[in-house]
Design a protein around this ligand. Structure first.
Ligand code: ADP
Length: 489
C-alpha cells in the first residue's frame, strides 16, 4: 500500500528525477475509456460529457506535469487532444458545431501545453534543487563522519539531529537521534570537579547565549568505569536573518594526552627520587670518610669506597638511560654492528649481574652457539635490563632461567622468572616510554620505566622483536628475537 502511495503521490516524488512516459500515457488513456463508458453506458448520452471532459483532463495534465515533469504533462496533453478529436469524429460534429469543437480543442491544446510546460519545468527545477541540497547534506555528513573528533549537531531546541560514530567511541555509549541535550544526561559530566547539569552543557549554553563556548574541559565517567577527559567546543548556526537554526558541539578526547602528562609528572617525581637516593647515600659515605678518615681502618675505608663506587654506577646508569631515551626521541641512538657470539654475550652478562653470591640464581639453561650481526653493547644493554628486571620483580632467591634457541632464521632469547607477573592489559604498555605498572605493591620497586622502552627500540633497530608472556602472580617470560643471517646493511 505504501509503495502504491509512493508511486502515485507526486509530493512524495519531489526530488526524484525519474520521469515516467508510460504512466501518464496509460493513465490518461484509462480516463478516456472511463469517460466513454460514462457517456455511453451510464448517462447513455454521448454528447453529455463536454464540461466533464475539460475538467477531468485539465486535472490530469496538471497531475502528470507535477508527477513526471514536462514529459508527463505533454504526454497527457497529446492523449487528451487526440481524445477530443476522437469525440468530434465519433459524435459526427458538422457545420458550426464542428468549427467551434475544433476551435475549443486547439485552444485547450494550447492551454494544456503551456500548463505542462510551466508546471513540468517548475517540478524539474525543484527536483534539481532538492537533489543539490541532498548532495550538499551528504557531503557534509561524510566530512562529519570522517572527522577525528566527536561531532553532535542539534536543532535550535537542542534535539540531536546528527552525531558521528566518534562520539560513541569517546563516550562509550550511543547518543540517540532526538535526544534532548539541554534536558537529559546520558552520563555524569564533571567540570572542575563539579557535576555539570544538562542545562549547563556546552551545547545548551551556546544555544541559550547564542555565543560560542570554546575549550571547555570536562571529565566523564563512562559506563565501563573509564574516566575520559574531553575538550568541548560548541557553537550555534544562524540563518541569513541571524536566527539560530542549529547548534554543533565538537568533542576532543584528551585522555591519552592527559595520561602522557600525568606520566611525565610521575616521571619527574620518580626521577628526582631515584637520583636523590644514591646522591644522599654518597653524601653520607663522604661525610663519614671526612669525619673519621684517620680513625677508620683500611678495610672500612675500602668498604665505604666500594659503596661509593656502587652508588656512582647506579647514578651513571640512570643518567645514561635518560640520555638513551632522549637519543631515541631525537633519532640519535647510534648502532654499530659487528659479528659476535650471542651465547657468549649472555654468559658475560650473567657474570656481571650476579655480583653477589646471594643473587646467584640465574641459570643459563640452554647453551647453543649462535652468531649474530649486531651492536654488542646495545644487545648487552637489552640482556642486562631484562635479567635485572627478572631478579628485581622476583622473590629473594627465586630462580631465573635464561634460554637461547634458533627458530626460523632467528635467535630467540628468553628470560623466565617466577616473580610477580604482569597483568594481561599491562603487557603491551610496559614497552612504552616511562610506563610503570601502577600497583601498590609494585610501586615499592625502584625504577624509571625506561629499560623496556630502550630495549624495544634497540631490538627494533636490529629488525628483531620483543614480547612478554606472563601471568599475574605466577611469573613472566620475556623474549627477544634477532635475525641470525648476516645482513650487513
Ligand atoms: P623499570 O625501571 O620500572 O623496571 P622497565 O621499563 O624495565 O622499567 O619496566 C617497566 C615495567 O614493567 C616495570 O615498572 C614493571 O612494572 C614491569 N616489569 C618489567 N619486567 C618485569 C618482570 N620480569 N616481572 C614483572 N613486572 C615486570
Amino acid at each position: 500500500m505504501r509503495r502504491v502511495l509512493l508511486y502515485i503521490n507526486p509530493v512524495l516524488r519531489l526530488g526524484s528525477r525519474r520521469y515516467s512516459f508510460l504512466f501518464p500515457f496509460f493513465g490518461t488513456l484509462v480516463f478516456c475509456i472511463l469517460v466513454e463508458v460514462y457517456a455511453y453506458f451510464i448517462v447513455k448520452d454521448p454528447n453529455a460529457i463536454g464540461v466533464l471532459a475539460i475538467v477531468i483532463f485539465l486535472a490530469l495534465v496538471i497531475y502528470f506535469s507535477f508527477r513526471d515533469g514536462v514529459l508527463g504533462g505533454l504526454v497527457a496533453t497529446t492523449i487528451t487532444i487526440a481524445y477530443y478529436f476522437y469525440i468530434i469524429y465519433t459524435r459526427n460534429y458538422t457545420g458550426e458545431r464542428l468549427a467551434s469543437g475544433l476551435e475549443t480543442t486547439i485552444f485547450l491544446g494550447l492551454v494544456y501545453c503551456s500548463l505542462a510546460g510551466t508546471i513540468g519545468w517548475l517540478k524539474q527545477a525543484v527536483d534539481i534543487l532538492i537533489e543539490r541540497e541532498a548532495d550538499e547534506r551528504k557531503r557534509l555528513q561524510t566530512v562529519i563522519a570522517q572527522l577525528p573528533v566527536g561531532v553532535i549537531v542539534t536543532d535550535s531546541i537542542g534535539r540531536v539531529i546528527q552525531v558521528n560514530s566518534q562520539v560513541e567511541s569517546i563516550l562509550g555509549t550511543k547518543v540517540p537521534l532526538g535526544f534532548r541535550m539541554g534536558e537529559e544526561s546520558l552520563l555524569e559530566f564533571r567540570s572542575n570537579g563539579k557535576v555539570v547539569v544538562p542545562s549547563h552543557s556546552s551545547l545548551a549554553k551556546a544555544l541559550a547565549s547564542g555565543r560560542a563556548i570554546v575549550g571547555r574541559e570536562v571529565m566523564v565517567k563512562r559506563k565501563d568505569g573509564k574516566d575520559v577527559y574531553l575538550q568541548v567546543n560548541a557553537n550555534v548556526v544562524r540563518n541569513k536573518k541571524g536566527k539560530v537554526i542549529a547548534a554543533a558541539s565538537i568533542i576532543n578526547d584528551l585522555t591519552a594526552q592527559k595520561e602522557v602528562d600525568m606520566r611525565k609528572d610521575d616521571f619527574v617525581n620518580m626521577a628526582s627520587h631515584e637520583l636523590k637516593t644514591p646522591i644522599t647515600s654518597m653524601k653520607l659515605y663522604i661525610d663519614s670518610l671526612l669525619l673519621g678518615v684517620k680513625n677508620l681502618n683500611t678495610a672500612r675505608v675500602i668498604k665505604i669506597v666500594h659503596s661509593l663506587k656502587n652508588q656512582t654506577e647506579r647514578l651513571q646508569q640512570l643518567v645514561s638511560d635518560l640520555l638513551d631515551v632522549s637519543r631515541l626521541q631525537t633519532g640519535k641512538l647510534s648502532i654499530t654492528k659487528e659479528m659476535f657470539r650471542l651465547d657468549s654475550l649472555i654468559e658475560e652478562t650473567l657474570d656481571m649481574v650476579q655480583v653477589s653470591p646471594d643473587e646467584a640464581r640465574v641459570i643459563f639453561a640452554k647453551k647453543i652457539p649462535v652468531e649474530i650481526y649486531g651492536d654488542k653493547f646495545r644487545i648487552y644493554q637489552v640482556l642486562t635490563n631484562i635479567i635485572t628486571n627478572a631478579i628485581k620483580y622476583s622473590a629473594q632467591g627465586a630462580k631465573v632461567i635464561v634460554r637461547i634457541k634458533k627458530s626460523g632464521g632467528r635467535a630467540v632469547v628468553s628470560v623466565q622468572d617466577f616473580g610477580i607477573g604482569i597483568a594481561k592489559e599491562q603487557q603491551q604498555k610496559i614497552f612504552e616510554r616511562l610506563y610503570q605498572v601502577v600497583d601498590d605493591k609494585e610501586k615499592t620497586f625502584p625504577g624509571f620505566g625506561m629499560g623496556l622502552y630502550i630495549s624495544k627500540e634497540i631490538v627494533k633497530r636490529h629488525r628483531g622483536s620483543i614480547w612478554v608472556e606472563s601471568q599475574k602472580g605466577k611469573g613472566s617470560t620475556f623474549y627477544f628475537s634477532l635475525p641470525v643471517q648476516v645482513n650487513k646493511d
